[in-house]
Ligand binder design. Structure first.
Ligand code: DGJ
Length: 740
């Protein structure tokens, strides 16, 4: 891995044998992009790949120029990366190269989450300084290439080096030009309870984007953009991914220009954004993480999984096995008392579960969602002996104790709101939009973050708490802050997220042994930004196993299994009313950070035995299921979506677990063989179906079979028509593979 500077070609080449990123200082001093993609040989000039300078865009004289951090007003009419309104009211900027510096390792970004290295030899970075002479605006673009992944991380720092204040209105994290437009835009989109569904659309002339204006990354779109060739599959063909390490308003956009090139930009959503820079002040954009694969989507995912699991997530829980939890939310909702919770925990303990999580409703006087958010004092009507006593009773059982909080919110019926009505976000003289009967606290104000840190620290030291679920159940409306003057209201949304990060950073530093799980009504803020503080997230409020196939498949494009909370809940399912077999629910939830979300005291003796066996299964394979490499085999988004299959493989390829899921049982099906991937073709594997007892699936697959054969011929799914017919709809079958 290296970053080369070729002074005669004025070229910078970031390369690691897996990816190349080639920049060139053009004759006019602007920064051109010669190539991002397949690895190119080091030590060569690639100057011929680009034009020498920019002479306006209206007439095509040559190949359209590819720029790397374009600005507005200079005749490049495509979307800009940076727009700055200057003292004279104009926004014309022409950034020119000043200098660059190649440094080992990778620096952090003050106040913002980012990927990191643990030793300087894991990555190399280059900081490129650009400046606009008339305004004094300076930009430092930082690019990092990691040694082991086809990944480039990027970030921009904008400084007002002039003598009058300026106002940033667009400051993207990354922008670059690709030489053609023959791409499908793959986005992870949906809504509450159906997050991260895979959607593909062909790029067309003009702009296409996903975005958020909610104050959170949102259930609706992941803060990312993937480009794939129309023929790209999991294992073949080109693909790029652009993922933003950010939890607030974002924009991920592709623009196909008149000469069929594609500009991609990713960063804070410029809509409503405005950031004042006084002379000498600087603004840091969030980090964008870019990846390239010549070998399909699987390679992209593997790169993000490794980086996000090991060099974005941090803290004492990053590498530790995550506990199997039981959460009381769907089991009791707000209706519980100490005896009920201890009863659930006792059954859970007997089944082998390791952590009990007390969800919403333990504080203030909260019997429904109308009151008490902000009053982080125990409700003694439900828990007369306090959180401490409850937590000790649970830990005495041998379980860890976890607690739900929703720090960013306040109920109008609460002491906090009575004392500080002005802490809730809103615009004076306008009604506030209601959502889930709660308001959002203005975390852009440091005194509110300080208050939350104090009261939440008091809660966390008051009892033996080893896990926190940090929820966030509504988005921001009437965005405004009393802490900002009128000309800085455009800073509000970003300052809010900086406040969230600050609170997370302080709490995780003060309580390093607590495992934090982020949540926002499920996956409403499931993004790389929060992964830097909370190594796992509640993937979706939808616990239906069939729905989860799509949600977890989509999330797996970018996120590792160790980040995805996945629980077994009761049937009929509370989101869909569907009745799926208990084994199917577990077979889906195993592929994530496993747990239960039900009243364990309601389980029959037969179900308890089944759950105990599931828990034992997960414990036996936890490392593989949380940290193994995830391989997507059969997509719930393709064909008619009736079948899904995936697998997880250990690093040494000696162990694997395959999951196969069939939504509807269809009579007299065709031949169905599931070809596996990433096994060692030279090894023989013992195949053990789970759960046992599905007849010929066992007989035909239970032999010791070669890795080559499993890849080329596959597992038999079609051999026991009569017996799987008996399994009916929503059937799942796992196969445990162990090298002989
Ligand atoms: C939404 C979360 O996603 C649920 O799991 C639960 O914690 C509720 N909020 C509680 O209000």
């Amino acid at each position: 891995m290296a970053i080369e500077w070729d002074g005669s070609a004025r070229q910078l080449h970031l390369q690691n044998g897996q990816v190349s990123y080639v920049l060139r200082v053009l004759e006019d001093g602007s920064l051109g992009l010669l190539h991002f993609g397949a690895p190119l040989a080091a030590g060569r000039s690639y100057r011929h790949l680009g034009r020498s300078g920019f002479a306006g865009f209206s007439n095509r004289l040559d190949d359209p120029i590819a720029l790397d951090y374009p600005t507005a007003g200079g005749g490049d009419y495509r979307m800009p990366a940076l727009v700055i309104q200057q003292a004279d009211g104009t926004s014309v900027l022409a950034l020119r190269y000043v200098s660059h510096r190649i440094v080992p390792g990778k620096a952090g970004i003050a106040g913002l989450p980012s990927t990191y290295v643990e030793s300087a030899d894991e990555a190399t970075s280059v900081e490129i300084r650009l400046a606009d002479a008339p305004s004094g605006v300076e930009v430092q673009l930082t690019y990092t290439i990691f040694r082991d992944q086809p990944i480039i991380a990027r970030q921009a720092r904008v400084r007002n080096g002039g003598s009058t204040r300026v106002r940033l209105t667009t400051a993207m994290s990354a922008s670059l030009d690709l030489p053609d437009s023959d791409w499908l835009l793959l986005q992870l989109s949906g809504a509450w309870a159906r997050e991260r569904h895979v959607t593909n659309r062909r790029l067309a002339p003009g702009r296409q984007s996903t975005a958020s204006l909610r104050g959170a990354s949102g259930h609706e779109h992941d803060p990312s953009l993937i480009l794939r060739r129309p023929a790209t599959t999991e294992t073949a063909g080109e693909a790029y991914a652009f993922s933003l390490v950010y939890s607030g308003n974002f924009l991920a956009e592709a623009e196909v220009g008149p000469f069929a090139t594609t500009r991609v930009r990713l960063g804070i959503n410029p809509e409503g954004f405005g950031w004042v820079l006084e002379p000498g002040e600087a603004f840091n954009t969030p980090e964008a993480v870019l990846a390239y694969s010549a070998h399909g989507l699987a390679r992209l995912s593997a790169a993000y999984h490794a980086l996000y699991r090991e060099r974005l997530a941090r803290g004492s829980w990053r590498d530790r096995p995550r506990p199997i939890l039981i959460n009381n939310w769907e089991g009791t909702y707000f209706d519980f008392d100490e005896a009920k919770l201890v009863e659930i925990a006792t059954v859970a303990r007997d089944l082998g579960i390791e952590l009990f999580v007390l969800d919403d409703g333990w504080f203030g006087a909260r019997d429904d969602d109308t009151t008490s958010l902000g009053d982080w004092m125990v409700d003694r009507r439900k828990l007369p002996n306090g959180i401490d006593c409850l937590a000790r009773r649970i830990t005495d059982l041998g379980l860890g104790f976890g607690l739900w909080i929703e720090p960013e919110m306040v109920s109008q019926q609460s002491r906090l709101f009575a004392e500080h009505p002005d802490w809730a976000i809103g615009v004076a003289g306008r009604p506030r939009t209601e959502s889930r009967q709660q308001l959002v606290l203005d975390l852009s104000r440091p005194e509110i973050v300080d208050h939350l840190f104090t009261v939440l620290s008091e809660v966390l030291v008051s009892a033996p708490i080893s896990y926190v679920k940090w929820d966030m159940n509504r988005n921001i409306t009437e965005p405004a802050s009393l802490g900002l003057p009128p000309d800085r209201q455009g800073e509000f949304f970003h300052r809010y997220i900086l406040g969230v990060y600050d609170l997370y950073a302080r709490l995780t530093a003060a309580f390093p042994e607590i495992l934090f799980e982020s949540c926002a009504g499920g996956g409403g803020r499931f993004d790389p930004g929060l992964l830097a503080y909370a190594p796992q997230a509640w993937t979706s409020d939808d616990t239906d196993a069939i729905e989860r196939l799509r949600i977890q498949w989509g999330a797996s494009l970018l996120y590792p299994l160790s980040s995805m909370g996945a629980h077994v809940s009761a049937v009929p399912n509370h989101q869909t009313g569907r009745r799926t077999p208990l084994a199917t629910r577990a077979a889906v939830a195993f592929f994530g950070v496993f747990g239960y979300e039900l009243d364990a005291t309601n389980l029959s003796a037969v179900e308890r035995a089944e759950v105990a066996e599931q828990v034992a299964f997960y414990k036996a394979h936890r490392d593989l299921l949380q940290r193994g490499s995830f391989v997507r085999l059969r997509s719930p988004f393709e064909d008619d979506g009736n079948e899904t299959a995936w697998m997880v493989v250990s690093e040494d390829r000696r162990q694997a677990i395959v999951g196969f899921y069939r939504t509807l049982n269809r009579p007299n099906p065709g031949v169905n063989r599931l070809r596996l991937r990433d096994l060692d073709p030279a090894r023989a594997y013992r195949v053990t179906p789970w759960p046992a007892g599905t007849g010929t699936v066992e007989r035909d697959n239970a032999a010791v079979r070669g890795g080559d054969e499993l890849a080329e011929i596959g597992l038999f799914l079609d051999v026991d028509r009569h017996e799987t017919a008996g399994q009916g709809d929503y059937w799942a079958q796992l196969f445990v593979l162990e090298a002989e």
